[in-house]
Design a protein around this ligand. Sequence first.
Ligand code: OFO
Length: 174
Amino acid sequence: MKLNDKMLKALNEQINFEWYSAYIYQSMGAYFKGMNLNGFSNWMDVQAKEEMTHGFKIYNYVFDRGNQVELLAIDKPQASWKTIADVFSVALEHERKVSSRFFDILELCRELKDYSTENFVQWYINEQVEEESTVQEILERIEFAGDSKEFILMLDNELGQRVFTGGAFAASEM
Ligand code: OFO
């Protein structure tokens, strides 16, 4: 059964927001790359790829429901930050915004009695718990490091180990 117009609009906008998220993280990656913090940059590159898969999962779902996707303009992301901690606190705020957008979509599912989309959106609701907690943990560790360059370089080394494993299309997520 086709999506209700309101739901189609919300999902089209969410595809846009996920790809905007990718753009934000890629911009953060570029910022770190410019500072030669290549581990932080790698972490952001992987995050940007994950966000692309989040958008694609919705993209595919819209077509599966017999509707047409409409791609919207993506906003220009922020390009510089005051401190490393500032980057992650902006990221955390962004993820909280993403979570609340999914809560709104969930509300709309219930209002429209669209149980298929409610079931679909549940994956994102669960994913957001992890998204928020991962960013929060890194932020807390950066704050803990304070002025210690040694600790920051250790963290850079650790974040450099992150590997893209398919995001929303990883075998364990299907
Ligand atoms: Fe798509 O989870 Fe972050 O934004």
